[in-house]
Design a protein around this ligand. Structure first.
Ligand SMILES: [Zn+2]
Length: 646
């Protein structure tokens, strides 16, 4: 019986791998092949990049590696794609360009199989996997039409006035200006012959077809219809001291804080200043200001950030501590010069009041208890919080520091940069510009006689060695890492040539984490899983019979996404003797994972996700999209027992 099961598992794993490989390789090298054809890279360079790619454990695109090796620039890639459109399916192109990962792709393809009428592009935008603008950009690569943003594109009045605006609106196109071979016209659907012919009737058969968002085309046309083409030249420019400007900036900062945004984007466009907030990872439009307020608003932000107000041609950064009434906000500011002016992004940093207590991080009860008792409260050793970018590991790290912070112990940090400011802790921001490097800082930290050392991130062999050495001399070390799961962190350390024996004797605990979206409480409904959905989770129909998750129907409160807020999913590995032996014996990742599951009470990310979905906190789609599905999950009752969930 057991043997049959093992065979089945093997078969499953092989099948899953094959599928991933198929999706991944069938079309993956189309862009690099194109780059070779265009003479931008050589075969040798591609082979080298492929070798690097194969060695990396994290999800990186081959293209990003080619860029990092300086074989080719982003601009060259875009130019090549534009000049000779490639014929790969949109989904694969999105993967190759790094907009989505393979798990996302297979989820959407599955979804499309269930709804054969749905367009791939629409589906992928609807489930928030990609911004509509980015999708259009990729479509333009695929179809070979230039991508146009009507809000900033140049419209030549002489061209525009050749036709009637009603005609433009009816056929959803926007004429722009002369280019060397004809007149550039932006279409919402460049494949619609009727609309393209309508434009050709007015502008001649040699028009250059561009692609733009339908809404943006119509917005631009409506604006020209009401205001005319020429902007009001007489409007006065407001400066940074103007009351309207000060009030506008204050209200943007306060509103972002109130709405719990993580970033504020201040974006000058051709005819307006656009403010957007990033909430739960998604950029949402907040407000638009007339263009004459733009210089004042950007100067005001620069003054607050301590940046050079006279400098308008170079990128700058700064920091704002904003305080008004009972609102205090700490922001990191990045000013980036674009062709339309200064693009400003403000990241709202957490403050102590907002720092979440460790028991508010949605840990399952048993995991919470073990993380505190066996990892954080252990007298010494390295505690690693691991996950990809955007997995919320920094917030968890800070909550852990806060948990350990008391007057009797000395905590010192080396971070790049400091993101939360904590009372009573010596925090140091790495700043290579003034020669405060990671190496220098870590050397000095140990001499400060701390009890607890926080290393922002293990990024190379040097920082890994420092962490281990500090633990060996009786310190407790907290740090983050960039790996897929908990056992992956052990293997990465081995890959960094850290002695297996040292890893086994110093790692106190590894917490892997992911963020998933939370079901909107206002439109929640039952979601009984179909046999096919159970299969995708790794359950047989029998094992999962009667399993009911929740999902959001979509309502005005959640902007029809069905989601509101996010929560963390965890996987905690407390290495026991058997795991330590396996590391020293340099067993494979699969073996180490199996031993961890069987001997340490490890519950995988997938299993914790399934449990949280069964409690109605997140959805089937989020579990499938965000969590690695390497092993079959155990039955729900077993998972709940291990997690201490009743
Ligand atoms: Zn809702």
């Amino acid at each position: 019986m057991a043997k049959v099961r093992v065979e089945l598992e093997k078969e499953r794993a092989a099948e899953a791998n094959k599928q991933i490989r198929n999706v991944a390789t069938a079309n993956r090298n189309e862009i690099p092949k194109l780059l070779i054809r265009e003479g931008l890279i050589t075969e040798d360079q591609l082979r080298y990049a492929q070798r690097v790619h194969a060695k990396l454990t994290s999800h990186r695109t081959l293209l990003s590696i080619l860029e990092e090796l300086h074989y080719v620039t982003k601009d060259q890639v875009q130019e090549a794609l534009r000049s000779s459109p490639v014929s790969i399916p949109l989904g694969s192109l999105l993967v190759e360009l790094g907009y989505i990962n393979e798990a996302d792709l297979s989820m959407v393809l599955d979804n499309q199989r269930e709804h054969p009428d749905a367009k791939f592009g629409q589906l992928i935008v609807d489930i928030n996997l990609i911004d509509e603008n980015d999708l259009l950009r990729v479509l333009s690569y695929q179809l070979g039409f230039p991508y146009i943003d009507p809000a900033i594109a140049e419209v030549d009045p002489k061209v525009f006035e050749r036709g009637k605006i009603e005609n433009y609106i009816e056929n959803k196109f926007l004429p722009l200006h002369y280019q060397k071979d004809g007149i550039l016209v932006a279409f919402a659907d460049p494949l619609n012959n009727e609309q393209v012919n309508a434009a050709k009737k007015i502008f001649g058969s040699s028009i250059i077809i561009g692609i733009a968002k339908e809404r943006a085309i119509l917005e631009a046309l409506n604006r020209y219809e009401t205001k005319g083409l020429v902007a009001d030249k007489g409007a006065k420019r407001l400066d940074s001291n103007d009351n309207a400007v000060v009030a506008a900036v204050n209200s943007i900062l306060q509103e972002a804080h109130k709405q719990n945004a993580s970033d504020i984007h201040v974006e000058p466009l051709r005819d307006k200043l656009q403010i957007r907030f990033r909430k739960d990872g998604v950029l949402v439009p907040y407000k638009e200001f007339p263009l004459d307020m733009a210089p004042g608003i950007s100067s005001r932000i620069k003054i607050l950030a301590g940046a050079d107000i006279a400098e308008r041609r170079r990128h700058q950064d700064g920091r704002i501590y904003f305080e008004e009434f009972d609102v205090q906000i700490d922001l990191r500011v990045s000013i980036y010069v674009t062709i339309h002016g200064e693009n400003i992004v403000l990241r709202l940093l957490g403050r102590q009041g907002e720092l979440r207590r460790i028991d508010e991080l949605q840990f399952a009860p048993r995991i919470m208890q073990r993380f505190e008792e066996e990892a954080l409260d252990a007298p010494s050793g390295v505690v690693i919080i691991t996950g990809p970018t955007g997995s919320g590991k920094t917030s968890t790290l800070y909550s852990a520091i806060n948990h350990l912070n008391n007057p009797n112990c000395s905590i010192i940090t080396a971070e790049d940069p400091v993101e939360f400011v904590l009372d009573g802790i010596a925090q140091c921001s790495i700043n290579p510009k003034i020669n405060v490097t990671f190496e220098e800082t870590l050397k000095h930290i140990v001499r400060q006689d701390p009890d607890i050392i926080v290393i922002g991130e293990i990024r190379d062999r040097f920082s890994a060695e420092m962490a281990i050495e500090a633990a060996l001399t009786g310190h407790k070390v907290l740090t983050t890492f960039h790996t897929e799961d908990s056992t992956g962190a052990l293997l990465r350390l081995l890959d960094m040539q850290i002695e297996a024996f040292l890893i086994a004797s110093t790692i106190a605990g590894i917490l892997a984490q992911r963020l998933v979206r939370r079901v909107c409480p206002d439109c929640v409904e039952d979601h009984p899983l179909t046999p096919d959905e159970l299969r995708r989770l790794g359950y047989t129909s029998k094992e999962g019979s009667g399993l009911v998750f929740k999902r959001g129907r979509g309502c005005s409160k959640c902007r029809y996404t069905g989601y509101k807020g996010r929560l963390a999913v965890h996987e905690l590995l407390i290495p026991g003797e058997m795991v330590k032996d396996a590391v020293i014996a340099r067993k494979t990742s699969h073996e180490i994972k199996r031993i961890s599951s069987q001997t340490t009470g490890l519950v995988t990310l997938l299993e914790d996700g399934i449990c949280k979905a069964s409690q109605g906190m997140t959805t089937f789609n989020e579990v499938i999209r965000q969590l690695p599905r390497l092993d079959r999950p155990r039955p729900l009752a077993e998972i709940k027992r291990l997690l201490g969930v009743h």
